[in-house]
Design a protein around this ligand. Sequence first.
Ligand SMILES: NC(=O)c1ccc[n+]([C@@H]2O[C@H](COP(=O)([O-])OP(=O)(O)OC[C@H]3O[C@@H](n4cnc5c(N)ncnc54)[C@H](OP(=O)(O)O)[C@@H]3O)[C@@H](O)[C@H]2O)c1
Length: 246
Amino acid sequence: MDLALAGEVAIVTGGSRGIGRAVVSELLSEGVRVATGSRHPGECQGFDAGPDQLLVMPLDVTDAQSIDRFVAQVVNHWGPVHMLVNNAGKAYPGTFDTLTDDDWRRDIDVKLMAQMRMARRVLQDMPDGGRIVNMTAIFGKQPDPRFFASSVNRAACTAFTKTLAKAVAARGIRVNAVSIGFVYSGQWEGKPQEFFQETVKAFSVPLGRFGDASEASHAVTFLLSHAASYLTGVILDVDGGMAAYL
Ligand SMILES: NC(=O)c1ccc[n+]([C@@H]2O[C@H](COP(=O)([O-])OP(=O)(O)OC[C@H]3O[C@@H](n4cnc5c(N)ncnc54)[C@H](OP(=O)(O)O)[C@@H]3O)[C@@H](O)[C@H]2O)c1
């Protein structure tokens, strides 16, 4: 299927590893011009694209000035931004007893506040018909005390996605989310094989394995594409069947 994305401009946050890296690669292979960044932009390397198709710059999604600099440079270089993938993120694991106020603040800052700040800035330069995809977690819809802060703050990302979708629909801009269960990525690197087996058992993942980063990026690319032209405010689970709700 021709996704008709070639020539468009996308910003993907956190493209150095894991799901973000897979999204960058897939969009580049579709002919999209991609700008990506992270706090360590030197790690956003090894893509099969030249400077006419790929921009890599420093970006800290918890810092409004860094976001402003990043987006302004993309717009100066390529013009309007058609697509935003709010992928950058980090987990602050812990139980209700162990999470500190700082953990809570940092977690909501890198999840909800980062997505909100990026969307607010990019929407200034997004033409009608643009698309935003937010990365979230199924714990935001199926809370679990083993991932306490993620459960609470990803619920906010879900509400943010659906509310923003309604706010910008009149411009023809679609806002959706991909809700991850367990996908193998940078954050799980170095864990022993038993960890993955025990986790899929403990969380009853019907497909019996972690997903691959490319399985998450396929869902992102679909939501960005014109094949999803009547979808907005959708939270698409990529979780091997783990979510128990209807
Ligand atoms: N993998 C899963 O099982 C899973 C489950 C649920 C949700 N998710 C969500 O999916 C998204 C991608 O996760 P992943 O597993 O692929 O993670 P990952 O492999 O750890 O990669 C995270 C990316 O985000 C960047 N990043 C982190 N903090 C940042 C900041 N303040 N500013 C800019 N970039 C930042 C990292 O680069 P730097 O460190 O260089 O900044 C890196 O490029 C995240 O939002 C994560 O919470 C993943």
